[in-house]
Design a protein around this ligand. Structure first.
Ligand SMILES: [Zn+2]
Length: 341
């Protein structure tokens, strides 16, 4: 099947009361890891690329790897999503290339660093929604600012300084017509999310519940939601790495989110840790090796294991065959009818 709209995946996830992991990629091995995990667990798949990934890979390469994925894994409904588009132009270029979903992150200015105004965010996101929906493409928006920096994108704030205001979230969804909404509830990008196991003081799940209560039909997105498990940190440090102790978002908190409107969960750091740990282990144990496959294959396997585990924990496992894909043309018609209704 061709790449499908993210809106359809998230609508199905809402029906089935489960979440869908969105995993970041930069190269072939990462795409293969996700697709293999999806096949093994019979899961729908969201593959996402940031601006950094698009420039690293030359996004034409990435796009064609994704076409290969749809040919080789025809039973898996697969989305190609732009993570943190910084401007209307960036989103439009992703749409032109064939992404089936884009995030317009208007919570920051186009520099990807400076927190924006609500008015700017609404205007930029609304413009992306108009272009995207006319082609059946999904749009994720963001209100409030995530902590940390990811691929050079982020205000570098701590996770608590720009939490999502529930009332503004309602207004934002009404004004923009976004399909999915990323919210700031204390999470951050990168490995160093929390300096101890998060509590209600640092990870504001009550805020999420309040937003869901006011927006029961909006698909919520949790960013910066790697769990940063200790065993993955330990492998890196055991084989010469130097990670400082750190805590991510516990799986049980994500599962609580999924019970309360969270349909998309962004995971990147856990896969980075798994890949790096596997490569370090080979370098440490077999310093005579120099065939890249000798470490890229274990790296790919390690990422696949993490992705399959998350797909199971988020509840998407077993749901790949639940539905037939709706074409982007049909999605465009649905948006049109909805708007004229
Ligand atoms: Zn993010």
């Amino acid at each position: 099947m061709p790449l499908v709209s993210m809106r359809q995946l998230l609508d199905e996830a809402a029906k089935g009361a489960y979440g869908v992991g969105a995993f970041n990629v930069n190269n072939m091995e990462q795409i293969q890891a996700i697709m293999e995990a999806a096949r093994e667990t019979k899961s729908p798949a969201i593959v996402q690329a940031s601006r950094g990934a698009r420039s690293y890979s030359q996004d034409r390469f990435l796009y064609h790897l994704m076409l290969a994925a749809t040919e080789l894994y025809p039973e898996i409904p697969t989305v190609l999503h732009l993570d943190h588009g910084n401007s209307v132009e960036t989103c439009k270029s992703a749409i032109a290339m064939g992404f089936t979903s884009v995030m317009m992150d208007g919570s920051l200015m186009p520099d990807g660093k400076t927190p924006s105004t609500f008015e700017y965010n609404v205007k930029a996101t609304r413009e992306v929604v108009e272009t995207a929906h006319s082609k059946g493409i999904t749009v994720e928006g963001e209100i409030g600012c995530l902590g940390g920096i990811e691929d050079g994108h982020g205000a570098g704030l701590d996770g608590l300084s720009h939490l999502t205001d529930p009332e503004q979230a309602v207004e934002f969804v009404r004004e923009t017509g976004v399909d999915a909404l990323a919210i700031a509830i204390g999470t951050s990008h990168g490995a160093y999310k929390f300096t101890s196991k998060p509590t209600g003081e640092t990870l504001k799940m009550d805020r999420l519940l309040e937003i869901h209560r006011r927006l029961p039909n909006t698909h919520l997105v949790m960013h910066g939601s790697s769990s940063v498990p200790k065993d993955l940190q330990d492998i890196i440090n055991q084989y010469g790495g130097k990670l400082k102790p750190t805590w991510g978002v516990p799986i049980e908190e994500i599962q609580l989110g999924i019970k309360n409107g969270v349909r998309k969960i962004n995971v990147d750091t856990d896969n980075r840790l798994a890949i790096t740990g596997a490569i370090r282990k080979v370098f440490w144990e077999k310093p005579e090796e120099f065939d890249p496959r000798s470490y890229l294959k274990p790296a790919r396997d390690a990422m696949k294991k993490v992705v399959a585990q998350r797909m199971t924990q988020f509840g998407q496992a077993g749901h790949a065959g639940d539905y037939a894909p709706i074409s982007l043309e049909a999605m465009a018609k649905r948006y049109q009818q909805h708007l004229t209704a």
